[in-house]
Design a protein around this ligand. Structure first.
Ligand code: AMP
Ligand code: ZN
Length: 116
């Protein structure tokens, strides 16, 4: 997967601002943030999209890490100013631009619904 930007980040070939990293998952700041805080939770393993996940324990790993990071930032959704949004764009119609599974964690502003 030598052309994949997230595989290159995982391998240290291109730089990123890491918030967390272990051998299975990493969390980086999005290079083009859509909110004051915009993080990406990414499995090290190259999986193209949410639709390609075979092992449901991967969801536990990714969601668990997302919530750990959110909790660490004081985000619990209990106050007017500390909610957040988790997003997984999937496929072209879903708005996915990088074909390596990732969760977006966005916070720091009010988000509209329905999404654009
Ligand atoms: P998506 O459109 O859901 O596939 O999300 C891909 C995200 O990756 C976008 O929000 C991009 O801004 C972000 N992105 C692309 N390249 C990089 C990079 N080198 N470092 C950090 N984030 C990136
Ligand atoms: Zn990849």
């Amino acid at each position: 997967m030598s052309e994949c930007v997230f595989c290159k980040i995982a391998g240290g070939e291109i730089p990123a601002e890491f918030v967390y990293k272990d051998d299975k998952v990493f969390v980086i700041r999005d290079v083009n943030p859509q909110a004051p805080t915009h993080l990406l939770i990414v499995p090290v393993q190259h999986i193209v999209s949410a639709a390609e996940v075979d092992d449901p324990s991967l969801w536990s790993l990714l969601m668990g890490r997302a919530m750990e990071v959110a909790r660490g930032m004081g985000l619990d959704g209990k106050r007017d100013d500390n909610g957040f949004r988790l997003v997984i764009n999937t496929g072209i119609q879903g708005g996915q631009t990088v074909p390596h599974l990732h969760l977006h964690l966005l916070s720091g502003r009010n988000f509209g619904w329905p999404p654009g």
